[in-house]
Design a protein around this ligand. Structure first.
Ligand code: PMP
Length: 327
């Protein structure tokens, strides 16, 4: 199972202007290249009957700015300007559905560890991207392992910040999993409790109660995680955020992973121990269904999570440089 193919799109937004895909480049001595000084987000835009709609746009942009604040990286744009740029990028690339990747990074200035001389730059790309853990993953489930790598201890790299550097740890987890024939790894936190996947949060079902690790288990506070908890409570499922001992993964009735790229993916086995009797299990299947209906605009969006893209999108005030024509 490899990564889904990344479809090239005509335009990438960089620091206020749209540039053609192949010209969206940065200098090799940019601070980010050497020290992982970046903050990013991952959003999805879904096709609905009313055209493309971005899921929880404001919440993702808020998390982007919070992550930046932790690292003292203040973008020169405001959250509404980033939202606006994302919307215009989707429309300009003619995308119906897409994965969207904003990234804020420290550019060319110094290679010292005092990064303040480096400009804070921002780019946004969007492309068609299938389910991250495989097209069939939502139906067939995936096999996972407990990583021999731990998730970030809280006084090392802050897990709440979605920083590029955190994903060096994720890559170690992922490579170990793939090398051993698993689709994904879940790491324990510094105290040995279940934390999260390399790019997903985790939920388990035990005796009809849904559990997920709390903020202090070194998890990214996932937006899909929050959506799952709310959708589950809407249908009367009890949800608890609490520390999860590793062995509960082997006896849980259901286990699933969730994240923007992966969406909601049942876990078929953990360390070769089969989970439950059917895939997806009843709670996982119900939540998958509710989530799917919601993001495609088929059930009432009472929380206003879908940001529909209606033409024409107002031109943002922040677009100081003339746009480059496509080549
Ligand atoms: N944990 C990690 C480490 C992730 O990379 C992601 C994906 N962004 C998640 C959890 C899930 O977060 P979200 O639902 O906001 O995409």
């Amino acid at each position: 199972m490899g990564n889904p193919i990344m479809m090239r799109t005509p335009w990438i937004w960089m620091d206020g202007q749209f540039v053609p895909w192949e010209k969206a480049q940065l200098h090799v001595l940019s601070h980010v290249v050497h020290y992982g000084s970046s903050i990013f987000e991952g959003l999805r835009c879904y096709a609905t009957e009313d055209g493309p709609a971005i899921f929880r746009l404001e919440d993702h942009v808020r998390r982007l700015f919070r992550s930046c604040r932790i690292y003292r990286m203040e973008p020169e744009v405001t959250p509404p300007e980033v939202q606006d740029a994302i919307c215009r990028l989707i429309l300009r690339n003619g995308l119906e559905s897409a994965y969207i990747r904003p990234v804020v990074y420290r550019g060319l200035g110094t290679l010292g560890l005092d990064p303040r001389a480096c400009p804070i730059q921002i780019a946004i790309a969007a492309w068609s991207w299938g389910r991250y853990l495989g097209e069939d993953s939502a139906r067939t489930g995936v096999d996972i392992k407990i990583s021999s790598w731990r998730r970030l201890a809280p006084d090392t790299l802050p897990a709440v910040a979605k920083a590029g550097a955190n994903y060096m740890n994720s890559q170690l987890m992922k490579l170990e999993a793939l090398d051993n024939g698993y689709a994904e790894a879940v790491a324990l936190d510094v105290d040995g409790f279940v934390s999260e996947g390399s790019g997903e949060n985790i939920f388990i079902v035990v005796d009809d109660v849904l559990y997920t690790p709390p903020w202090d288990s070194s998890v990214l506070i996932g937006i899909t995680r929050d959506s799952v908890m709310k959708l589950a409570r809407d249908v009367g499922i009890e949800v608890q955020e609490r520390r999860i001992p590793r062995e509960l993964l082997y006896v849980a009735d259901e286990v699933f992973l969730c994240g923007t790229a992966a969406e909601i993916v049942p876990v078929r086995s953990v360390d070769h121990v089969r989970v439950g009797t059917v895939v997806p299990g009843p709670v996982t299947g119900l939540i998958q269904h509710r989530f799917d209906e919601l993001v495609h605009g088929r059930i009432d969006d009472r929380r206003g999570w879908l940001h529909h893209l209606h033409l024409p999108v107002p031109i943002a005030a922040f677009c100081p440089v003339p746009e480059i024509a496509p080549c």
